[in-house]
Design a protein around this ligand. Structure first.
Ligand SMILES: [Fe+2]
Length: 449
C-alpha cells in the first residue's frame, strides 16, 4: 500500500496518493485547488476512498450544505470503496458524514480520535483546526496542534504549516510572545505560509501594534498574496490596522482593487471579509458609498444555506446596509424556518446566541440602537460560540459601543470604551474615550491616565 508524505498508508493508486500529497500541501497553503486535485484522482481511481471522504469534508468546509449533490455524491463514492480501507480511512468517512449532517462537534471528536493513533495525519489535524475555528473553541485550536507537534518530523515538508497552525492557536489563547515566535519561525521556513503570516498579523492586531502590522503585511504581500484563498483575509487584517489609524482612503482603495473584483467568485471567506471591512469602516465614520449593493446580491445566493451563523451575521450586515428590505425579510424568514425545523450544532448555536447577534446587526442598520444594546449586552461573553477569531468577533463589541453612543447611553459607552482601552489602546479608542469623558458628568479624561 502506498504511503502519503507523512508515512501513513493510503488505499488507492500511487497516482492518487501523490494527488493527496499535493492536495494537502495546497489545503495547508491556501493555494491551488485541492478539490480539483482530489476529484481528478477519484475520477481515475474509484478505490481512492480517503480522497472521496476528504473531498466531502472540503466541500462542507467551503460552505456547501451537507445535502448538496456534490457532497452526497462523494460520500456515496467513499462508502462504495470503504470495504478494504484502513481503520483510519473508515474514521475519516465517519467524520465527513458527521460534519455533512450538521454534527460538527462529533466530527472533531472523530478527527481527534484519529490523531491519538496517527498524530501525523495532516488531514485530520487541519480539519479539526478549521472546525474548532468555526466553533470558536480557542483552547482546542491550540491544544489540538500541541498534542501532535512533538511527533512531527521537522524535515517533513508540511512541518512549517503545522507550526503556523500552532501559532494561531497560541494567539487565540492569549500567548502572544510564543505565538509571535512560533509564527515567525514558520515564516522563516516558508515565506509563502499565509496562515503563519496570518497568525503574526493577529498578534500585531491584538497587541495594538498597528504601524508594525502595516509594515509587516505590506512588505510580505508579494508572498502571502499567492495564497489566493487567504489573500483577502490577510488584506482584511491590513485594513484593521489602517482603520485604527484613520487611513480610510487606503482601505477603500485596497477594497476596490483587491476585494470588489473577487465578490462574484463567491468564496465565503472573501464575502465575510468584504462585509466586515465595510461595516467597520462605517462604524469608524467612513463613507463606503454603494459598495454594499453587489456584496448583498452575492450573499443572498446563500440566504438559505445556514452552514454557519457566523456567515448569516455577515449576510445581515450586507443586506441591511444595502437597504435591501426584501433581502432582510428573506433572511429573517429563512432563519425562522431553520431554527424551527433544522438540527445540528450550528442550529443550536443559532438559537442560543447567533440569532440575537444577527438581529442586533439588522436593528443597528435600522437605527434601533437601544434594541442593539438589549440584544448584545446579555450575551456578550457567549458570542465566542458563533465562531471565527477574537478579531473577527470584535465587530460585535464595536457595534455595541457605537449603539450605546448613538442611543445616548453615554455611561455605558464610556464603560465599554474603558474596557476596550485596557485591551486595545489604539489612538482611535483613546480619542473615543476622551470624547465621551468630555460629555459625562462624573468622569474626566484624567481618569484614564
Ligand atoms: Fe484572521
Amino acid at each position: 500500500m502506498a504511503k502519503d508524505a507523512q508515512g501513513l498508508p493510503v488505499t488507492g493508486s500511487p497516482e492518487s496518493v501523490a494527488a493527496l500529497d499535493r492536495a494537502i500541501d495546497d489545503y495547508y497553503g491556501w493555494k491551488g485547488d485541492p478539490v480539483a486535485l482530489l476529484q481528478g484522482a477519484l475520477d481515475r481511481d474509484p478505490s481512492f476512498t480517503l480522497g472521496a471522504s476528504a473531498l466531502a469534508s472540503l466541500y462542507v468546509l467551503n460552505g456547501f450544505r451537507g445535502d448538496n449533490p456534490a457532497v452526497t455524491q462523494v460520500i456515496g463514492a467513499a462508502e462504495a470503496s470503504i470495504g478494504g480501507a484502513t481503520s483510519r480511512e473508515k474514521r475519516h468517512l465517519e467524520a465527513a458524514k458527521a460534519w455533512a449532517s450538521g454534527a460538527i462537534i462529533r466530527a472533531t471528536d472523530i478527527w481527534e480520535d484519529i490523531l491519538v493513533d496517527h498524530p501525523a495525519d495532516a488531514l485530520a489535524l487541519r480539519f479539526a483546526h478549521d472546525t474548532y475555528f468555526y466553533l470558536g473553541h480557542s483552547l482546542s485550536i491550540r491544544d489540538s496542534v500541541a498534542r501532535v507537534l512533538p511527533v512531527w518530523d521537522k524535515q517533513n515538508p508540511n512541518y512549517g504549516y503545522v507550526l503556523g497552525a500552532y501559532a494561531f492557536g497560541l494567539e487565540e489563547t492569549g500567548e502572544m510572545r510564543r505565538a509571535e515566535e512560533v509564527g515567525r519561525a514558520a515564516i522563516a521556513q516558508n515565506a509563502e505560509d499565509a496562515w503563519a503570516v496570518h497568525a503574526v498579523a493577529h498578534v500585531l492586531e491584538t497587541e495594538s501594534r498597528q504601524r508594525e502590522g502595516i509594515e509587516f503585511l505590506r512588505a510580505s504581500r508579494p508572498s502571502w498574496s499567492k495564497a489566493h484563498a487567504l489573500s483577502i483575509h490577510n488584506g482584511w487584517h491590513l485594513a484593521l490596522y489602517l482603520i485604527e489609524e484613520g487611513r480610510f482612503d487606503e482601505v477603500l482603495a485596497d477594497y476596490d482593487r483587491f476585494v470588489a473584483p473577487r465578490i462574484a467568485g463567491d468564496a465565503l471567506l472573501d464575502l465575510v471579509d468584504a462585509s466586515a471591512v465595510l461595516w467597520r469602516l462605517e462604524l469608524a465614520g467612513a463613507n463606503v458609498g454603494d459598495r454594499w449593493v453587489p456584496l448583498a446580491k452575492q450573499w443572498l445566493t446563500h440566504v438559505d444555506d445556514h452552514v454557519l451563523v457566523f456567515n448569516d451575521l455577515h449576510i445581515a450586515l450586507a443586506v441591511s446596509r444595502a437597504k435591501d428590505g426584501e433581502g432582510v425579510r428573506r433572511l429573517r424568514r429563512s432563519l425562522d424556518h431553520y431554527e424551527k425545523d433544522a438540527a445540528g450544532d450550528n442550529r443550536d448555536i443559532t438559537v442560543d446566541v447567533g440569532r440575537r447577534i444577527v438581529e442586533a446587526a439588522l436593528a443597528f442598520a435600522e437605527g434601533e440602537y437601544r434594541r442593539v444594546i438589549e440584544l448584545i449586552l446579555p450575551v456578550r461573553y457567549k458570542v465566542i460560540r458563533i465562531g471565527g477569531s477574537h478579531a473577527q468577533r470584535d465587530l460585535v463589541t464595536q457595534t455595541l459601543i457605537v449603539a450605546a453612543e448613538r442611543s445616548g447611553e453615554t455611561n455605558l459607552a464610556r464603560a465599554l470604551l474603558a474596557e476596550r482601552l485596557a485591551v486595545r489602546p489604539t489612538e482611535r479608542t483613546k480619542n473615543a474615550y476622551a470624547r465621551l469623558c468630555g460629555v459625562t458628568a462624573d468622569h474626566s479624561v484624567n481618569a484614564m491616565q
